[in-house]
Design a protein around this ligand. Structure first.
Ligand SMILES: [Zn+2]
Length: 247
């Protein structure tokens, strides 16, 4: 009983702290003019999160065919394409956007980037039947208050007019960050982190699996491998805002 109460208290504290953070960001938005997350200049009313000049400095990611060659393997199954908007390199200004999307409750910015990715997918891929965002572990989602991949997926959905499926897979393990791991260790670090939800099935057709960033692709491929185990009538593609390497 004591353990249950402690756990509820912890959840309540996390929710209150999350609510306070969100309120702070909303108030700042109301009190201050909206500014560009990269250069901090005031934005015009038509711009969302990033000014036009900073957007023009973002470097394009490698083309889908090259990314497909880079990440596809026998375990990934039928991958159709891999679409990424921007390339990441040391000190790339797009890191500021990713940071804001992940940690500063800039859900509008995530949706705006999702719309840009949606336009790119529309012209680079066969029609998409559904969008599956990579889930966060429930503890991390509680702490952050939202899943940035879901916000990106919602932006893509507006452009492609396709449904977003948030309940196909769940993150069963809160794995440590991939950033400092070697390629082989990254694969081991993500092995078995996703499970299928017992109350959901994998939709048929062409599914776009969405995340904010892709480095080796180990996390997204593990999600696709998990879904491939049960569905042979689904073809997957990958859509991310940014990836390492530039065009
Ligand atoms: Zn700017």
């Amino acid at each position: 009983m004591l353990t249950t109460n402690r756990s509820r208290l912890k959840q309540l504290q996390s929710a209150v702290s999350q609510g306070a953070k969100l309120l702070q960001h909303l108030l700042l938005d109301v009190v201050c003019d909206a500014t560009c997350v990269v250069c901090r200049e005031t934005l015009s009313t038509k711009q969302s999160g990033v000014c036009l000049e900073c957007s023009q400095h973002f470097v394009s990611a490698p083309l889908p065919a090259e990314l497909l060659k880079r990440v596809a393997n026998e375990e990934s199954g039928p991958l159709h394409t891999v679409c990424a908007l921007y390339g990441l390199y040391p000190q790339a200004p797009f890191f500021e956007v990713l940071h804001a999307i992940k940690y500063h409750h800039t859900m509008d910015l995530a949706a705006e980037m999702g719309r840009r990715l949606g336009q790119f997918v529309r012209y680079s891929s066969r029609p998409v039947d559904g969008i599956i965002p990579i889930p966060l572990h429930p503890a991390r989602r509680r702490e952050r208050g939202y899943n940035q991949s879901e916000c990106i997926a919602n932006g893509i959905a507006e452009v492609l007019n396709a449904p977003v499926y948030c309940n196909v897979i769940r993150r069963a393990r809160n794995n440590t960050t991939q950033t400092d791991l070697k390629h082989s260790d990254r694969k081991a670090n993500v092995s078995g982190i996703f499970t299928l939800r017992s109350d959901a099935s994998v939709p048929c057709g062409h599914m776009l699996v969405v995340d904010d960033v892709m480095t080796t692709g180990a996390t997204i491929l593990e999600a696709i491998r998990t879904m491939n185990c049960v569905s042979k009538d689904t073809i997957f593609s990958i859509g991310v805002l940014a990836t390492t390497g530039k065009q």
